[in-house]
Design a binder for this molecule. Structure first.
Ligand code: KIV
Length: 271
């Protein structure tokens, strides 16, 4: 299997080609211009303005409080930093649950007011009509199955999904329904690896796993988690590639010490 690394501007077409050629899709989240620019330069294939910004950027316990206006504000900043990756935006809680038309209008708002390339919605059968209407208007939709954090109060916990036969059947059925409704890919969150493999083999669109094993067509992580900026969140699916919280604390300590001891600024750093 040849590995393609020369995909230029990533589109939904690229996603399909990557699935067909067995090229894994690498994705991360971003909520601001600087991070988006770095992550894009490093070569990820898509960048998600996840509603996880509610947790990691705004300090909320759940993803529920973040609003449409806030998602749009952050998306505008992110897209300015991105040249290659496809940019996908989460439709936040209650921006599409009320009615098909409401979801359609809000997806359209994101596409009109930002330079994003698509939207992501959580859920299976119950949002299929919304996915259909949005995709029929030419807006790429990414699905999100398994653990869907916008329904945390219904589930009652962040435990993995697809643990029993009933949940597996539902996952397989929902993946098919979301594919048939027109989605170009599906995020699978916190699903046993063997189940994610089954789902991945059952659809022709790529699956993007987070805590869903290596057999998904791609992987996504929340950037502040994988860079070690988040200090108090250690699920086993997060691999930490850096320890930026420690780096930042040490750098700020050193700076504070230098200021107190008049070691900063030096003559060279003064006018
Ligand atoms: O909000 C988010 O960051 C997400 C990813 C975890 C997939 O939905």
């Amino acid at each position: 299997m040849s590995v393609h690394t020369d995909f230029r501007k990533i589109t939904t077409k690229t996603f399909m080609l990557m699935k067909q050629s067995g090229t894994k899709i690498a994705a991360l989240t971003a909520y601001d211009y600087i991070t988006a620019k770095l992550v894009d330069q490093a070569g990820v294939d898509f960048i998600l303005i996840g509603d996880s910004l509610s947790n990691v950027f705004q300090g909320n316990e759940t993803t529920l409080p973040v609003t449409m206006d806030e998602m749009i504000y952050h998306t505008k900043a992110v897209t300015k930093g991105v040249q290659r990756a496809m940019v996908v935006v989460d439709l936040p809680f209650m921006s599409y649950q009320l009615s098909v038309d409401e979801g359609f209008r809000n997806a359209g708002r994101i596409m009109k007011e930002t330079s994003a390339g698509g939207v992501k919605l959580e859920g299976g059968e119950r949002i299929a009509e919304t996915v259909r209407k949005i995709t029929e208007a030419g807006i790429p939709v990414m699905g999100h199955l398994g653990l869907t954090p916008q329904s945390i109060h219904q589930f009652g916990s962040y435990r993995e999904r697809g643990k029993n036969e009933e949940e597996v059947e539902e996952l397989l059925k929902d993946a098919k329904i979301i594919e048939q409704a027109g989605a170009f890919s599906i995020v699978l969150e916190k699903v046993p690896a063997a189940v994610a493999k089954k789902v991945t083999e059952s659809v022709s669109i790529p699956t993007i796993g987070i805590g869903a094993g290596v057999e998904c067509d791609g992987q996504i992580l929340v950037t502040p988690d994988m860079l070690g900026l988040t200090q108090d969140f250690h699920p086993r699916f997060v691999r930490r590639y850096a320890n930026l919280s420690e780096e930042i604390i040490n750098s700020v300590k050193k700076y504070t010490e230098d200021v107190k001891q008049k070691a900063f600024p030096s003559e060279k750093e003064s006018y």
